[in-house]
Design a protein around this ligand. Structure first.
Ligand code: AR6
Length: 177
């Protein structure tokens, strides 16, 4: 599924983020930035040890913030590491923190001249954020950014598995009704 927002492409696809040819891919990391499971593990495996070496020098990352490294052996030249909120029922500013992950990642992308960027579904794995709610927050945050910035030409959501892909498609359809 693909739509145009303020002359930029917003794409939803089912796939593996480590294979994307965008300028940057986003990692759903933890505060240490020293690796983990899920998409974080997949990115470090595909990118190789150079990414971890750079991450060690970053001094971690706060929830809702984002930091950049190179992409190692992957097609994407950059990885933007962001830290999503652990879902704890919805009363701990999770929505605001999740929106901040997308906004800060896009700000870091803009600061680094990145034109195309791929996101995974942040916080919806180990951090247990409900997928339907997370999809709405993610899409709203990205659309808001694209509506006020023209430097990013494509934002691609790369959803792992049919369930996540359907949830994002449904959320996007509902937002456009
Ligand atoms: N490409 C795209 N999406 C993926 C891939 C992939 N290769 N692999 C998994 N996903 P998670 P979180 C999806 O758990 O919830 C790590 O240990 C996955 O299906 O990776 O933000 C970190 O170090 C899910 O929909 O991230 C942190 O400790 C989504 O990516 C913690 O997990 C996010 O799942 C972060 O938890």
């Amino acid at each position: 599924m693909q739509i145009t927002i303020n002359q930029s492409l917003l794409t939803l696809l089912e796939g593996d983020i480590t294979e994307q040819d965008t300028d940057a891919i986003v990692n759903a990391a933890n505060k240490s930035l020293l690796g983990g499971g899920g998409v974080d593990g997949a990115i470090h495996r595909a990118g190789g040890p150079a990414i971890l070496e750079e991450c060690r020098k970053l001094g971690g990352c706060e929830t809702g913030d984002a930091k950049i490294t190179g992409g190692g052996n992957m097609k994407a030249a950059h990885v933007i590491h962001t830290v999503g909120p652990v879902y704890g029922g919805g009363h701990h500013d999770e929505a605001m923190k999740l929106a901040s992950c997308y906004r800060r990642s896009l700000e870091v992308a803009s600061e680094n001249g990145i034109r195309s960027i791929a996101f995974p579904s942040i916080s919806t794995g180990a951090y247990r954020y409900p997928i339907d709610e997370a999809a709405r927050m993610a899409l709203a945050a990205v659309i808001e950014y694209l509506n006020s910035h023209t430097d990013i030409t494509e934002v691609r959501f790369v959803l792992f598995g049919g369930n996540a892909f359907s949830a994002y498609c449904k959320a996007l359809r509902e937002m456009r009704e």
